[in-house]
Design a protein around this ligand. Structure first.
Ligand code: HEM
Ligand code: SF4
Ligand code: SF4
Length: 696
């Protein structure tokens, strides 16, 4: 099931990757920089947000006006900053969602990666409210809807005793304090948590890529700026709580679940959100992965050079004080809970040399599942079967998974394949060994390029070691022309690798003359210079921006139908005590301690308040609201929104706060001629002890 899900995810991702590979230069495919792009978009959000804050007025009356000023009067700067702020936030959600899906479908979320995965989930819970509070601050009609719906969601949680949503039903209930609180949460609180969260998220990754390539940064900023001029972000009309807007342009990136509140109860929405989060939290352990053995250090062979610790992509190796009394200063210590069993540390260990004759091949660090000694044996075994004058040994890795197919395709005795975990597991001394011991005439190293590598640094470390730019370097005596590289996306066919094998074989033939640049390494030919590259890149950016801009307001969300109006019931009222107070008798008083003697015995608990609301005799709402408070002694909260048809309606509200069975303790009947979109709030005046129907 999980595998099928991953496979279908890959089936969607891969065509997209191919298309983007054609549109961008190699290494610039945005799908390989999703996490870094998300961080970059947050930078744009931060810088543009600072500009907006300079002009923003944190008050009910000033908020809308100040944003309008920026949008229209200062459109060339403030307006652009506002649009950049919105579009970069939206783009961040796209890259964030793709980042998460990518890690899942390519199985990069389990093992030691559980930490990045699990710490990624709270980031979602910070980013989404960050966007929601941003929409709130603009205080336009959308903000009103966002405020009301968010408050209704929050009211379900047992945090506040009073209803928060009530503050957004009528203009006189709203105070500036809410704006100060929202501004604090949006500008300081959540961003600080987010920075800390991102730091924690990449903490266990060695050399995390937190900056995308410059060309991608420049391209996406330019595209977003163009979008900001062409399709600037606008407010959606000033708030008028007496009138409900028929439809709103929702930002679906942040407000996707809000429309659910129309038909679902807050409990169901919270259930859905917590269910998804829970599923994500346990995902790295569902089902449990076949555990591979972690790298093991052999102190007798470790000289404390720290190369393994530098190369480990997952920070699983720490250099510690020497513990065995030898003259070396440090020793490598592997944390098995962090080790992903990629074997790169073996590739970097100078003691992993197959040339040892008199002692067993036992390097300072080794992989129990495929030790250096076993690897040497494997190489010897397959090369013994090779015949011919241009014998080639092809190394394949776990993520790339191509050797089986290659073997059956070539089906000759001049080519053999050996599988290792990751290409960087193969120490350069093994290549030296193969060529100098005449086990083969040439070597082809295959694997996934750059960001595709399952273990992150396979291509990078291997390339640098062969180019003699990173320890352990390929020895000078080794003819590097006999080593060819074939880095190719895992989904591409076999023809690339087969071509590299053929080219290497050709180059090994006696009398072969290199066609061009004799010192050029044999590898996959660089992608042909595509004259369509620029138009394709521009098209990719344009489509991305259309997608960003489109879902930030479209499709419009219909709040109420054409001929509809809205009624909100919103009040608090304390039910009567569960029984009447009574006077204590003298005997009862005598039994009490002197300081506890009170003449009246009054119970704390109150009765629930029952309400019925009807229109033209049809009951629209009936409820029994329990008292609030730990001791059931607080007021009962009544909050309910209803959509009703416009036109003349005879409204009736009745309430019982006692234990009576029949009739109502308080009631009001009134005929109202609703205009479409009109909003009426039903309140209970606690001083006059009567209901009122008032404009929202
Ligand atoms: C604010 C949101 C996020 C940002 C800015 C972010 C950023 C990053 C960055 C920069 C990396 C390092 C990439 C590399 O060096 O190759 C990373 C890795 C990772 N992220 Fe995120 N991330 C975010 C949210 C998430 C979420 C929601 C999930 C999944 C629930 C997630 C899962 C992962 C995983 C599993 C890795 C490790 C990949 C590996 O080891 O190859 N991230 N993230
Ligand atoms: S195998 Fe080695 S390099 Fe790979 S994660 Fe484990 S300790 Fe690090
Ligand atoms: S690379 Fe090898 S010798 Fe160097 S510290 Fe690591 S285990 Fe020890």
């Amino acid at each position: 099931m999980l595998k099928a899900l991953q496979k279908s995810g890959q089936a969607v991702f891969e065509p997209l990757r191919r298309v983007l590979d054609h549109s961008f230069d190699p290494g610039l495919n945005p799908l390989n920089h999703l996490g870094a792009l998300t961080i970059y978009f947050f930078w744009i959000v931060t810088v543009s947000g600072i500009w907006l804050f300079l002009f923003f007025k944190t008050s009910v009356s000033g908020a809308f006006e100040s944003v309008e000023y920026l949008t229209h009067e200062q459109w060339y700067l403030g307006g652009v900053m506002r649009s950049l702020h919105r579009y970069a936030s939206d783009a961040a959600i796209i890259t964030l969602a793709l980042h998460m899906i990518r890690e899942f479908v390519y199985d990069r979320y389990r093992g030691n990666r559980w930490f990045s995965w699990v710490t990624g989930i709270p980031l979602l819970w910070m980013v989404i409210p960050l966007g929601i509070t941003g929409y709130w601050l603009v205080w336009d009609q959308l903000a009103w809807y966002v405020a009301l719906t968010s408050a209704e969601l929050l009211d379900w949680l047992p945090i506040f005793s009073d209803s928060m949503a009530r503050n957004f039903l009528s203009a006189d209930a709203l105070s500036d304090r809410f704006f100060t609180l929202m501004a604090f949460v949006h500008l300081i609180g959540l961003p600080l948590f987010l920075v800390f969260g991102i730091w924690l998220h990449v903490l266990r990754i060695n050399g995390p890529r937190i900056n995308p390539p410059r060309a991608l940064m420049a391209g996406s900023l330019a595209a977003m700026t163009v979008l900001s001029f062409v399709y600037p972000a606008l407010s959606q009309g000033e708030v008028d709580m007496t009138q409900v807007p028929r439809s709103l342009g929702l930002d679906w990136y942040y407000l996707l679940v809000y429309p659910l509140m129309k038909t679902w109860s807050p409990a169901w929405v919270w259930g859905l959100l917590s269910g998804i989060s829970l599923l994500l939290f346990v995902a790295p352990w569902l089902p449990s992965q076949r555990s591979k053995s972690a790298a093991v250090v052999d102190l007798d062979n470790c000289n404390g050079c720290a190369r393994c610790s530098d190369d480990c992509p997952f920070g699983a190796i720490t250099m510690m004080e020497r513990s065995d009394g030898t003259a070396f200063e440090k020793e490598a210590v592997v944390d098995p809970s962090l080790c992903m069993s990629c074997g790169m540390c073996v590739g970097s260990c100078p003691t992993a040399t197959p040339f040892r004759r008199h002692s067993a091949l036992s390097p300072g660090i080794d992989m129990p599942d495929l030790s250096a000694a076993t690897l040497r044996e494997k190489i010897q075994k397959v090369s013994n079967k090779l015949t011919g004058n241009q014998r080639i040994l092809v190394f394949g890795c776990e993520g790339h998974n191509k050797t089986e197919k290659l073997k059956s395709r070539l089906n000759d005795s001049e080519t053999a394949t050996v599988d290792i975990v990751c290409m960087a597991q193969l120490p350069p001394s093994f290549m030296d060994y193969i060529l100098s011991r005449d086990l083969a005439d040439g070597i082809v190293l295959t694997g996934c390029p750059g960001g595709e590598c399952l273990y992150r640094f396979g291509e990078q470390w291997t390339g640098l070691r062969i180019e003699r730019r990173r320890d352990p370097r390929l020895r000078k005596r080794v003819d590097a022309d006999r080593i060819a590289l074939a880095w190719q996306e895992p989904w591409s066919g076999l023809s690339g690798i087969a071509a590299v094998v053929a080219a290497l074989r050709d180059s090994l033939r006696p009398g072969h003359i290199a066609e061009q640049g004799a010192d050029e390494k044999i590898s996959l030919p660089p992608a042909r210079v595509n004259s369509w590259k620029l138009p394709l890149t521009v098209t990719a950016y344009t489509l991305f921006m259309i997608f960003v801009g489109w879902l930030s307001v479209w499709p419009r969300y219909q709040l109420i139908g054409q001929g509809q109006a809205m009624v909100s019931l919103s009040f608090s009222h304390a039910g009567q005590r569960i029984r009447e107070c009574r006077k204590l008798t003298q005997e009862e008083l005598n039994e009490l301690a002197p300081n506890m003697r009170k003449i009246d015995d009054c119970p704390r608990e109150r009765l629930a308040v029952r309400i019925a609301f009807s229109s033209d005799g049809i009951t629209l709402y009936e409820a029994s609201r329990p008292p609030t408070g730990l001791w059931n002694d607080g007021e009962s909260n009544v909050y309910h929104r209803m959509v009703i048809p416009a036109g003349k309606q005879k409204l009736f509200i009745g309430m019982v706060d006692s234990d009576r069975e029949e009739g109502f303790d308080y009631s009001l009947e009134q005929e109202i001629d609703f205009t479409p979109g009109q909003h009426v709030v039903v309140e209970f005046d606690s001083i006059a002890q009567s209901f009122v129907f008032k404009e929202g």
